[in-house]
Design a binder for this molecule. Sequence first.
Ligand code: 3AM
Length: 171
Amino acid sequence: MANRLFFAIPVPRSQQLPLLKLQTQLEGAGRAVLASNFHITLAFLGSVNASAQQQLLHRWQDLTLPRCQLQFDQLTLWPQAQVLALTGRHCPTPLYQLAGALQRDAAQHGLHQSSRGFRPHVTLFRGATAEPALPLPQPIQVDCREVQLMISEPTPAGVSYQPLKRWPCHD
Ligand code: 3AM
């Protein structure tokens, strides 16, 4: 059996409110992502079979990331993907390096090959086609507290994300 996997940083529950407020202000921009699904994708892996999954977990058993923070200060529409996301211009170096290493590892092991580098973002709406009408009043902070390997599963109620493994960030 294969799972659709990706590495991500979840948005801590205590920091989801400003994102929910933004979704309310942008109502109608597309299909709003559920707060419980807010995350920053580090590397999308695609469909991974059981043996490749075991090898992946073995290779990344010692994954580490120091606690760090991201500041998001823009709304960006990616028209082709129909994604409206919260984006930022700055990224802590360890996070940038980890995302790059995860993406390279995936490509080297026959998993998904990312066509672009890491662009930190939190997707707020899918099915979005119009440029956001709002400037961000103030930057929104997201703390990186843990890295998760997520299983993405389609359900009748929408996509469901389940953590397969979690690596807490260290001080
Ligand atoms: O919510 P975001 O955009 O951060 O866009 C998908 C989502 O990230 C991305 O993986 C995350 C979990 O689904 N994703 C899905 N299919 C993808 C693909 N074919 C993809 N990223 C790149 N290529």
